[in-house]
Design a binder for this molecule. Structure first.
Ligand SMILES: [Zn+2]
Length: 402
């Protein structure tokens, strides 16, 4: 049997009054996910290990069965891998957002989802002005970039910028957790303030402001780490070839360390305008030769961060009709059966516009396997499923072990 995981980032939520007390997953019309829940088994997964921040990288690594306390090194190192930056011993990588700051307030974590082309100009400019033998910036995707510090000490207290929108930024600047990290923290905070001086009048930002768009006028480094000691999924689970499809570089980076082939899909944006059909067809193409595909779709998470309930419902319906439907309808015609699992990595409730650690609903559909009594797929229906709350590598083993 072949296996595909379809991950709807941030899809889980809380009951919302405007939806008649339903969650977006419960409210959305999702006939294909419901069909798979009806023919499959369901449960909940605790995707955020105790003591960890409910970040997408934490939750996605957990879905794949990684032991977070043993391998977690932050986002920067994962994103570094996805853009081909192999960290050397002694190098520290950090996620480096381009954010919008106004009158000392952190306005948003994404600079209005700045385009990669515009961001690349700004990152190159920062590299010329602030880069050195020790400090180097690398362009990632949209607002998500990379900062590598030679000899950096990762024992730092950093705040993810999407957790503190509309707060004054200074109280959330980087603090050392141990005296040895004081120098690194000081260097990083200096880089933040210098970036604001360099970026405020940059032509790219003047043009964005003239067009009514958010300027990208500050860096915000966070999630420091060194090269992670992750085993490949092949070593862990013994399958042959696997692939990952995602518009998000940190998910691609997880794929690199997990030994999965990273596939690129034209028009995959990480937003609700993403090329769902293109990703679904790329997944099908990969499944023809692979044993395992990890298809990650970001859109619902961004809708949650924007607090846009209608948009979130739409992204879930898109996932159902424009990805799940295509994959289910095609693979059911194949000779070799294909098992399908669907789940979010974590909730991103519209009401609070950030991630939570609440366990997520999952469904596992294996052709021919005895279903449980659950007939729809959402946060509450799965409470009656075959599985209770799975944690650590229990979900991936339940899925991969036929
Ligand atoms: Zn996520």
């Amino acid at each position: 049997m072949k296996h595909i995981i379809i991950l709807g980032d941030g899809m889980a939520d809380e009951p919302i009054e405007a939806l008649g007390g339903k969650t977006p997953m419960r409210y959305a019309k999702t006939p294909y996910m419901d069909k798979l829940a009806k023919q499959g088994v369901t449960g909940q997964m605790k995707t955020v290990a105790d003591g960890f921040h409910p970040g997408s990288e934490v939750a996605n690594m957990a879905v794949l069965g990684y032991d977070l306390p043993a391998v977690y090194e932050g986002r920067g190192v994962l994103e570094a891998a996805s853009i081909g930056v192999a960290l050397q011993p002694g190098e520290m990588a950090m996620r480096c957002n381009l954010i919008r700051v106004e009158d000392e307030i952190l306005m948003n974590h994404s600079s209005g989802h700045i385009s990669t082309e515009e961001a690349d100009v700004l990152i190159q400019c920062l590299n010329e002005r602030l880069g050195s033998d020790r400090v180097k910036f690398y362009t990632g995707i949209s607002y998500r970039h990379l900062l590598v510090i030679k000899g950096g000490d990762k024992r730092l207290d950093c705040t993810p910028p999407h957790d503190v929108p509309l707060h004054p930024f200074r109280p959330f600047m980087i603090k050392p957790e141990v005296p040895e990290a004081r120098e690194t923290a000081g260097l990083l905070n200096e880089l933040i303030l210098q970036s604001q001086e360099i970026l405020k009048d940059h032509p790219v930002n003047l043009k964005r402001m003239a067009a009514g768009k958010d300027p990208a006028n500050s860096i915000w480094p966070w999630s420091p780490g060194y090269r992670p000691a992750m085993r490949t999924m092949r070593e862990m689970y013994g399958f042959g070839k696997g692939s990952v499809i995602s518009a998000v570089d940190l998910i691609r980076g997880i794929g690199v360390y997990a030994g999965l082939e990273v596939l690129h899909v034209e028009g995959a944006t990480g937003l609700y305008d993403t090329n769902y059909e293109g990703k679904a067809h790329a997944a099908l193409e990969a499944l023809k030769t692979n044993d395992f595909v990890y298809l990650h779709i970001e859109a619902s998470d961004e809708a949650g961060h924007e607090g846009d309930v209608d948009l979130k419902v739409k992204t879930i319906e898109y996932l159902d009709n424009r990805a799940v439907r295509i994959i289910y309808e095609e693979t059911r015609k194949w000779d070799e059966p294909v098992a399908i699992a669907i789940l979010p990595d974590h909730p991103t409730p519209c009401a609070i516009r950030t991630h939570t650690s609440t366990p997520v609903p999952f469904l596992i559909y294996k052709p021919g396997e005895q279903p449980d009594s659950v007939t729809t797929f959402d946060e509450f229906s799965v409470l009656n499923g075959k599985y209770g709350i799975l944690e650590k590598d229990q979900f991936i083993n339940a899925f991969l072990n036929d």
